[in-house]
Ligand binder design. Structure first.
Ligand code: ADP
Length: 388
């Protein structure tokens, strides 16, 4: 293969990776929005990319930069990346906005999730790795920081969020808006807004012997017909593995980030990789990996690696994403789930690990500040017009 041909193939790989970098505000990828101005690959492995932002001082630059670097890292031929930033001209900006509005109008599902809410899917390859426990704790930890956090229990067959968060009740509708109202729980100065199948059906889960497509429709209702209102984050407890519900959610929430929960065991890791590839094929960003049940520390402080070691680190390395933290096996985790008081609100090894993971998440998936860029205001105007 000639050098030119090789260069062209690298360019194509770069473009494919950049298609996964979504402008958090405009909701489309930066290639489609015409923000990638130049790709220059040299035989020595150097890559220079020129990206034009809607406004030069756009604070979302840091997020876009991080995503670009993360994506490009997976191309082995590239050893060094330099990103040059420019600003779209007025004419280009107008075209970019038109494109973003067009893309929005093509989205077949109009969810009730505000554009300023950052959604995070918590996924795992198989059940029993602690995905729901991690979801309940992360959501509670975010709320404890004074944030408003939605919790969507999309693990429809195995719903456990109501029990883990200690919330009981039945979903009811708002007569005026005809929308379902989430159940609310205060955590310090923050708030959790919770939706779960558990608030609709009786304890007996066998009544949920539904097929994938019907379940997918149920989850769709949870996004379309729930009055979510303002939220900083929406944390979604995904069903384990890859199926209709997971793919439906990936399609309905294309701007989501995903966090993969695994254990140190090698078999869990292999199935977790499949979930990650599903996310990547929908261009979802994988924000990181959390290893749960990593080790057990006895009363003398001796550590036992009961399920092996290194699984989370290896998965994170293979996916080219950070390991956000490792949570030890701690009876307080299951006690907390049983009593409806997530362990993160207490103290101990697992609580400390989870608190640090919440900080890592806030850094890796910063909440969207609606005042960040001028583009936002223009998009909001367009949404109002298209709704009228
Ligand atoms: P999943 O959602 O992946 O099916 P769960 O969150 O329901 O998993 O957890 C499975 C079981 O393991 C629950 O009983 C939970 O309390 C327990 N568990 C989860 N993580 C831990 C941990 N770090 N230490 C001790 N028990 C845990």
């Amino acid at each position: 293969m000639g050098a030119d041909q090789a260069g062209l193939e690298i360019n194509e790989k770069v473009i494919n990776q950049l298609r996964g970098v979504v402008d958090p505000e405009l909701g489309s990828d930066i290639v489609d929005l015409g923000m990638v101005k130049k790709i220059d690959f040299k035989d020595n492995g150097d890559l220079k990319i020129t990206i034009a932002l809607t406004t030069a001082g756009c604070p979302l630059k840091a997020q876009i930069q991080k995503d670009v670097r993360l994506r490009i890292k997976s191309i082995s031929e590239i050893s060094h990346v330099k990103i040059e930033w420019t600003e779209l001209t007025d004419e280009e900006r107008a075209k970019t906005m038109d494109r973003a509005r067009f893309n929005l109008s093509q989205e077949d599902v109009v969810t009730q999730i505000p554009r300023t809410t950052k959604s995070i899917m918590i996924a795992s390859g198989k059940g029993g790795v602690g995905k729901s426990s991690v979801t309940a704790n992360i959501a509670t930890g975010l709320a404890a920081k004074g944030l408003t956090v939605g919790v969507l229990d999309a693990d429809i067959w195995g719903f456990s969020i109501p029990q883990m968060l200690g919330v009981e009740g039945r979903l009811a509708g708002n007569e005026e808006t005809k929308k379902i109202v989430p159940l609310v729980k205060s955590v310090g100065s923050g708030t959790l807004k919770i939706i779960s199948m558990g608030f609709l059906v009786n304890e007996d889960k066998s009544s949920l012997n539904w097929r994938g497509l019907i379940l997918n429709r149920a989850v769709r209702h949870f996004l379309e017909d729930v009055e979510w209102g303002d939220m900083d984050y929406l944390v979604i407890d995904m069903p384990p593995g890859t199926g209709d519900v997971q793919m439906g959610l990936a399609k309905m929430l294309p701007r989501s980030d995903m966090i993969v929960v695994t254990t140190p065991s090698k078999t869990v890791q292999t199935v977790a990789t499949r979930v990650a590839s599903m996310a990547q094929s929908y261009y979802l960003r994988i924000a990181g990996v959390i290893e749960n049940m990593s080790f057990f520390v006895n009363e003398e402080g001796k550590q036992y690696n009961i399920f092996g070691s290194g699984g989370g680190e290896k998965l994170a390395h293979d996916l080219g994403v950070p390991l956000l933290g490792s949570i030890p096996i701690d009876p307080f985790v299951s006690d907390g789930s049983d009593t409806g008081t997530p362990v993160i609100l207490g103290e101990g090894h697992a609580a400390d690990a989870l608190k640090s993971i919440v900080d890592e998440i806030i850094a890796a998936v910063p909440k969207i500040n609606p005042l960040d860029c001028t583009a936002h205001t223009s998009m909001e105007t367009s949404v109002t017009i298209s709704n009228s």
